[in-house]
Design a protein around this ligand. Sequence first.
Ligand SMILES: Cc1cc2nc3c(=O)[nH]c(=O)nc-3n(C[C@H](O)[C@H](O)[C@H](O)COP(=O)(O)O)c2cc1C
Length: 202
Amino acid sequence: MAGANNEQLVELDTSDSIWERFYTVFPLVVVGTHEADGSDDLAPKHLAMPMSWKNHFGFVCTPRHHTYQNILRDKQFAVSYVRPTQTVLASLAASPRCDDGSKPISQALPTVAAEKVKAPLVEGGYLFLECEFEQMIDNLGDNSLIIGRIVAARVAEDALRDVDQDDGDLLMASPLLAYLYPDRFAEIAKTTKLPFPAGYKR
Ligand SMILES: Cc1cc2nc3c(=O)[nH]c(=O)nc-3n(C[C@H](O)[C@H](O)[C@H](O)COP(=O)(O)O)c2cc1C
């Protein structure tokens, strides 16, 4: 089939997951929760984003993961937006569990405790959200959408927008991490202002 620019388009088989067939841009965050015994649990998530302009945050998770079970039990979680220098750390948080169900990597990674919820945050990230669980949408294939209300948020000083600083310079000095599912990442430093239509309002 020919596309709008007469490029050849390839029809994808929608009876299977299409997302491994091409690259597209996702964020990468680490979700922190507490296990049933009160120890820390960390897991990277890329299907994760704000769910409203009123400070809701949501991410997709499978009910098989402890993250899902921990949130269902404790009704709270924390989110760390990691920097491009922290990709190894974020990826390690997906280390498989031991035969006894434990996940020692969650205790080995550098964390600080969230302040308003009982959950770990990843040290050195640039944005930290503390969330109280609000709702769950189950049966999205094997997955569920977990939505929380942000009850505390902190941003690293170098990542905070400032009227006295050019936004392009800010991102050049403090680049962002983009996850290119399934297996690549990029550091975003060089950016350009988006052209909005005249009179545009959100
Ligand atoms: C880069 C990366 C991104 C991931 N994104 C997600 C995601 O968006 N949703 C999800 O359910 N699992 C995702 N995972 C897999 C889980 O984070 C992983 O299986 C984790 O170990 C589950 O841990 P838990 O049992 O402690 O919750 C991702 C893994 C990696 C390496």
